[in-house]
Design a protein around this ligand. Structure first.
Ligand code: ADP
Length: 484
């Protein structure tokens, strides 16, 4: 017994459809073969009638003899081996018969009235009233010299033919049973080939639902089932990966929080322990303030990220002069770059690049990129901020000569919480936030990098003139290069 489910449905549907189709073919076949056998007998008798009746009517005439003599003559001329010939009058009474048997009652089968009505040959298939034997009767009218109408009725047994038809039915039904057994075996095999992988996939996904992401769908399944298995495996790998990223994030964020908190706690205890040396107090308060600022920055980054995730980031869109904004950023990070002995250079192909955006958020975008560039640059290297126009766009490339990123990590640096090296501080959210902010400005962020050579992060933003065609912008200026 096949278990309830898809398997049983497949087997049942296959079985029923093929069984019905075969039965239909069988019925048509049996009808055709039966018709063929019966037609053969009928054609044989009717062609005998065609040949003999005409000659019988020509060679004999009722006027030449008495009726009985005439009918005997006709009987001997028309008779056919293996068939009884009866001569009847128009009411169906048997006047004479080749078997010598004369029924008391008139023959009342349908071939009599049909032959009389059509004046032609008619057929009847049924059982002999007296013997119960299956017979075929073929009747034709005789009207010698346009006188009285007689009927010549050939009655032949079709028992042997019926026996043959029964044998054929039996053989063809056996073939059908054989085919159905094969269909059953094949459909069970087919059902299993679908149901087994599905059951396996269900078992694996049930394990995954319980949190076991190390299990995988094994087996080389084909078509959609193969795809289903590999998608499930891929999902598990992604979950494992994002769990890993989340764990890394938790550990890095704890570290990021603990460092300033330890410092704040240490200094506040030192200051509290008395002495109140003014110099010491100033240094301590400075550190406390710096660390608090760091903590605020960290929390803000997390808040921004969560806002972006929930699509709750609201932009205050205005006309922004991007070159001015970049100059401001360069000034902002100046001290940090100085500390690391990194030289910053701003280059622009044109004087003005006006975009429509949120000035604070755009500042955040470029601050993060330039901050990373300084963080990962070597001492005495140069960072170039280059602005170019590209048919309705402004591209700002921040190019450093720092440590660079290898190909594998480059694919993932924009993922949230991803850091190439967790020791360097940060949350791994900077580029993820930056990317989303650029996208909110309908721009694009690209990164190219070579390990040990440097990294270029470029941000493409739509120019205001392309967004509002009516806005008139100052005519392009000759190339200008500024060192800051
Ligand atoms: P974080 O806040 O940790 O800096 P980001 O998302 O800004 O996070 O950066 C993700 C990672 O990408 C960094 O940890 C760093 O490894 C790498 N990265 C980003 N910018 C640069 C760069 N200019 N040069 C080398 N590595 C970089």
């Amino acid at each position: 017994m096949i278990k309830k489910g898809i398997g049983r449905q497949i087997v049942m549907h296959y079985f029923i459809v093929i069984f019905l189709a075969l039965m239909l073919v069988e019925v048509v076949f049996l009808f055709a073969i039966r018709a063929y056998y019966y037609d053969t007998i009928y054609n044989m008798i009717s062609s005998h009638i065609d040949v003999t009746v005409r000659s019988a009517l020509i060679s004999t005439s009722a006027g030449d003899y008495g009726e009985m003599e005439y009918l005997t003559q006709i009987l001997s001329l028309l008779k056919l081996p293996d068939a009884e010939l009866q001569i009847l009058n128009s009411t169906g009474d048997v006047l004479i018969s080749s078997s010598g048997f004369r029924a008391d009652k008139p023959v009342q089968t349908s071939d009599i009235p049909q032959a009389l009505a059509s004046g032609n040959t008619a057929k009847w298939i049924g059982r002999q009233a007296t013997t119960g034997e299956p017979v075929m009767a073929v009747t034709t009218t005789l009207q010698p010299g346009g006188g009285q109408v007689y009927l010549a009725r050939f009655v032949t047994s079709i028992e042997k033919v019926n026996q043959r038809l029964l044998e054929i039915t039996f053989v063809s039904m056996s073939i059908i049973v054989g085919i159905m057994v094969i269909v059953l075996i094949v459909s069970i095999g087919l059902a299993n080939s679908i149901v087994k992988p599905i059951n396996n996939i269900i078992a694996v996904s049930a394990q995954m639902a319980k949190g076991r992401f190390d299990v995988r769908v094994e087996g080389d399944y084909r078509y959609e089932l193969g795809e289903m298995g590999s998608t499930l495996n891929y999902m598990a790998e992604e979950i494992v990966r994002s769990n890993q990223i989340k764990d890394d994030f938790v550990s890095s964020i704890s570290h990021e929080l603990r460092t300033p908190l330890t410092s704040i706690k240490g200094w506040s205890e030192t200051l509290d322990s008395g002495g109140y040396d003014p110099d010491e107090t100033r240094i301590g308060m400075g550190i406390i303030s710096k660390e608090t600022e760091r903590l605020i920055g960290l929390v803000e980054e997390l808040l921004d990220f969560s806002k972006l995730q929930q699509n709750e980031m609201k932009l205050t869109m205005t006309h922004v002069e991007l070159k001015e904004l970049l100059k401001e950023i360069v000034l902002n990070v100046w001290a940090k770059a100085e500390l690391k002995k990194v030289h910053l250079r701003l280059e622009a192909d044109e004087e003005s690049f006006a975009v429509y955006g949120d000035a604070n958020r755009l500042k955040q975008v470029f601050l993060n990129i330039v901050d990373n560039a300084i963080k990962f640059s070597h001492e005495n290297s140069v960072i170039v901020l280059h602005m170019t126009r590209e048919e309705g766009w402004v591209r700002t490339a921040v190019q450093d000569q720092g440590i660079g990123i290898d190909e594998e990590n480059l694919k993932r640096v924009k993922d949230r919480f991803f850091q190439v090296n967790t020791q360097g501080g940060g949350t791994g959210l900077g580029l993820a936030i930056t990317q989303q902010l650029v996208e909110l400005h309908e721009g694009e962020l690209d990164m190219t990098s070579e390990l040990g050579v440097g990294t270029t992060v470029s941000v493409k933003l739509p120019l205001l003139e392309a967004q509002e065609v009516k806005t008139e912008l100052p005519a392009p200026q000759p190339d200008s290069t500024e060192d800051v």
